[in-house]
Design a binder for this molecule. Structure first.
Ligand SMILES: [Mg+2]
Length: 283
């Protein structure tokens, strides 16, 4: 009898949700400067296959941008922080978009700022706009003040999302928690234990949701305060864990707190049957 195997968490029992920038890919000087290695692309393809397709990207990038980045691999994806969704079936849906007037207003203000301050970069994601100050970190305060003003004016349409060296106006109401929740209502994600790995403030609502659902949340940062249960120090640690997940799923999963508990002897009914009933406190 292979009792030990009974409690081992398997790839077909989990739903894996991965942020992209700062999690799978090192942050670069500009969003266009990143690239996906063959090793990462093939690793994700293999994991997706082994898990029955339950690997999704949950990013602040637009889905078209994710597809271009990972081509020819296309994974189930949530784009623009949960605004748009493409499930495993390929079906695409999105929330009601911000008005063209609001987007135009935000774009105009951000372009004006970028023209006035060399080093600022406007990233137009169609339904969201990001102002990057990575190449002009001294402008953080000015960028923040200006963007807060725009966000207040366009409240209800666009919302401020702070990130690493970036201030973004994203469609109001969309969150990565909603993105994960949407996946968990559809095959092959439904009924599985969610794992979410992310690095930035936009990932926090997803960490909180996954924690509530008894899943595993992992923040990619050595120091940042976070709702996540576990930390990976950097992108290299995430990539190493994903490699291990493919080669030795049980060992990789047992590094995450919820699986550590699940794999314990007490939680295994077949072991309990072999060793007698669990101890109960006396009434
Ligand atoms: Mg990120």
């Amino acid at each position: 009898m292979t009792v030990a195997k009974h409690s081992e968490p398997a790839l077909t029992a989990i739903a894996l949700f991965l942020d992209v920038d700062g999690t799978l890919l090192e942050l670069a000087a500009t969003p266009q400067a990143v690239s996906v290695s063959d090793a990462l692309r093939e690793g994700l393809r293999a994991l997706s296959r082994a898990s029955g397709g339950a690997v999704a990207l949950v990013s602040g990038r637009a889905i078209t941008d994710l597809d271009a980045l990972f081509a020819p691999l296309t994974l189930p994806s949530a784009g623009l922080h949960g605004f748009e969704h493409r499930g495993a079936s390929g079906a695409y849906c999105r929330r009601p978009p911000p008005s063209a007037a609001a987007l135009e207003d935000a774009r105009g203000e951000m372009l004006r700022l970028a023209r006035a301050h060399p080093g600022l970069l406007v990233e137009d994601k169609r339904f969201a706009l990001a102002l990057h100050y990575r190449n002009a970190p001294h402008l953080e305060e000015a960028v923040m003040m200006a963007m807060r003003e725009v966000a207040a004016r366009l409240a209800g349409e666009l919302e401020l999302q702070r990130g690493k060296m970036v201030m973004e106006l994203r469609p109001a109401g969309a969150t990565k928690a909603q993105a994960v929740a949407a996946f968990l209502t559809e095959a092959p994600f439904a009924g599985r234990l969610p794992i979410f790995i992310g690095d930035d403030l936009t990932d926090e609502p997803a960490f909180e949701l996954v924690n509530r659902l008894g899943g595993a949340s992992v923040v990619v940062s050595a120091t940042r305060p976070s709702a996540a249960q576990t930390r990976f120090a950097d992108v290299a640690a995430v990539r190493a864990w994903l490699t291990q997940l493919q080669a030795e799923p049980a060992a990789a999963l047992q590094r995450l707190p919820p699986f550590e508990q699940r794999a314990s002897v007490r939680d295994d009914p077949s072991l309990a049957a072999e060793h007698g009933p669990p101890l109960r406190s006396r009434a």
